[in-house]
Design a binder for this molecule. Structure first.
Ligand code: NAP
Length: 505
């Protein structure tokens, strides 16, 4: 496979020619966000070169390509929100912005030689295990057929916008869009804006909206817990220290262990969350003088029940004269506004849906058929499950990155994905050593893991908190990892593939 002259250009347009024979891939990776890019780099490093990365969009980047709303940034420090093998180079800002992260991902894909492997603008719509061959057949949305020994789904959890079924939504006459599909053609200056939802995306957008719109009405269904974000710019001392050899690595490790120590205990029931809850209440008291507004913003469930918002501007902006927080449930959307349960009509020129993602619907809308033609989504009707978030019994040679219960709400998800990628490579090596065409996680390993997972989830605050994207409609907690990142790392170390996989006859 020859390397193109300017691989960077290939990252931005449809690439259809460089893979010589799409019927004979060793690995097909689905998705070119952090997971897919990291997997591609690891495959090359492992000497696996006959692979393709299928990406539905015309660019790499995943959620950092999709979310371009004003103020979009990351609440995990950049030194940790990056691959260990590709240190983040900005020594000025602790938290990266959306553009920086997207540029970082493009650069990694480019510098690590992924351009010839990228099949952009190519959505995979079906994946079927061919039992006779121990391989996978993938069908693209355009009807192209691809056959690969192994399929790795790296589609993430937060990529399908949730547009709520509020009666009258289609009747609204003005512009309306979801935060992850920001319409940059629509100028919101001078328009009265209604924003539905009060999660991390809403909190980041609100200061920009409030600075330009005459009136912003924020519709809150449930208040989120908010913690202040530590200082954002590095001082001269820190910048100089980060130049020292090994400083980046030491800083990254400190953040990794620090996040585990500080945030993972917050998710557990009991006293360990009390200090964080105390800080959050004090922060709210200091930021919001108005007792009525404060009462509306005070959650009625334990901290950590939903993803905690880390932000310094959200509360402050809610106190601005042109911003109103409406905590009454929305009953209907009309031509020119929103109606609430108290009978009020709130006029709006534009509506922004900061209503999150269909996160518990893993791998949708891809139809995945395993052994015996069994469909994965039928099996997952009451909520998705997978062995350590990565493999499902009955689906040989198929892996997931960021699968069920592997989102780390307390730290860095790129770091979690790197652990998964390393482990998947171990599985591929073990498959090679056994000489088997296909390997599959055993039902016993799945059952054992699921029992452990349910016990661990039972100790968290999630089952007693209300709605969130952590929960399937059945009530099952399907998305977050219920322990620390170190625990995940340790479990993976103690579970070599030979212990939990079998060769498929
Ligand atoms: P989200 O946290 O799921 O928040 C969605 C909001 O919409 C919630 O307030 C929800 O209310 C509300 N909502 C949903 N359906 C509704 C309906 N029918 N009527 C009224 N309100 C409705 O979504 P997000 O803010 O986009 O964030 C999702 C995740 O993305 C975050 O948790 C985080 O992991 C990630 N993110 C990260 C960053 C970062 O800095 N790293 C930034 C942005 C996003 P309820 O709470 O009542 O359900």
């Amino acid at each position: 496979m020859s390397t193109p002259k300017n691989p960077a250009r290939l990252l931005k347009r449809n690439v259809t020619t460089p893979i010589p024979d799409i019927r004979d891939l060793q690995v097909a990776v689905v998705g070119a966000g952090f997971g897919g890019i990291g997997m591609g780099v690891a495959l090359r490093r492992a000497g696996i070169h006959r692979f393709a990365i299928y990406e539905k969009s015309t660019e790499v980047g995943g959620v950092w390509r999709d979310n371009t709303y004003p103020g979009c940034n990351c609440d995990v420090p950049s030194h940790l929100y990056s691959f260990a093998f590709a240190p983040y180079r900005n020594r000025h800002t602790r938290y990266p912005g959306q553009r920086e992260i997207l540029a970082y991902l493009r650069r990694v894909a480019d510098e690590r030689g992924l351009a010839p492997h990228l099949q952009l603008d190519t959505a995979i719509s079906e994946a079927t295990y061919i039992e006779d061959e121990g391989r996978w057949e993938l069908i693209t949305a355009a009807g192209q057929r691809v056959v690969a020994d192994v399929v790795i789904f790296a589609v993430g959890q937060l990529h399908r916008p949730n547009l709520p079924e509020i009666p009258g939504r289609a009747d609204f006459a003005g512009p309306s869009f979801h935060t992850a599909r920001w319409d940059h053609e629509t100028k919101l200056h001078g328009l009265d804006v209604a924003m539905i939802g009060t999660g991390s995306s809403a909190a980041q957008i609100l200061p920009t909206l409030a600075a330009t719109a005459p009136r912003v009405r924020v519709f809150q269904r449930t208040p989120h817990w908010v913690l202040p974000k530590p200082t954002i710019e590095f001082g001269l001392l820190a910048r100089t220290a980060l130049l020292a050899p090994g400083a980046h690595h030491i800083y990254r490790q400190a953040l990794y262990y620090g996040a585990d120590a500080l945030f993972a205990p917050i998710m557990r029931r009991g006293w360990s969350a009390h200090p964080a809850e105390w800080v959050a209440r004090r922060y709210l008291r200091r930021a919001v003088d108005d007792a009525v507004l404060r009462a509306k913003l005070t959650p009625g469930y334990p901290i950590g029940g939903k993803r905690i918002i880390l932000d310094n501007d959200y509360y402050r902006t809610l106190t601005h004269a042109n911003v109103e927080l409406i905590a009454e449930p929305i009953t209907r959307i009309t031509r020119d506004g929103l109606m609430t349960a108290d009978g009020g009509h709130h006029s709006a020129d534009a509506i922004i849906y900061a209503t999150g993602f269909k996160a518990p619907e893993f791998l949708m809308p891809v139809i995945v058929r395993g052994r015996g033609g069994v469909q994965l989504h039928d099996q997952w009707h009451a909520g998705a499950t997978a062995f350590l978030g990565m493999a499902v019994s009955g689906y040989p040679n198929a892996f997931l990155i960021a699968g069920p219960n592997s989102f780390n709400p307390a730290g860095s998800n790129p770091a979690m994905k790197e652990h998964q990628i390393d482990w998947i490579i171990k599985c591929l090596r073990w498959r090679e050593r056994t000489g088997a065409a296909a390997i599959e996680v055993t039902e016993q390993a799945m059952r054992f893991h699921q029992r452990w997972l349910e016990q661990a989830i039972g100790k968290t605050v999630w089952p007693i908190a209300g709605t969130s994207w952590y929960k399937h409609s059945s009530g099952a907690i399907t998305n977050p990892w219920p322990a620390s990142a170190r625990t995940y790392e340790r479990i993976l170390r103690h579970h070599p593939p030979s212990d939990c996989f079998r060769a498929v006859p």
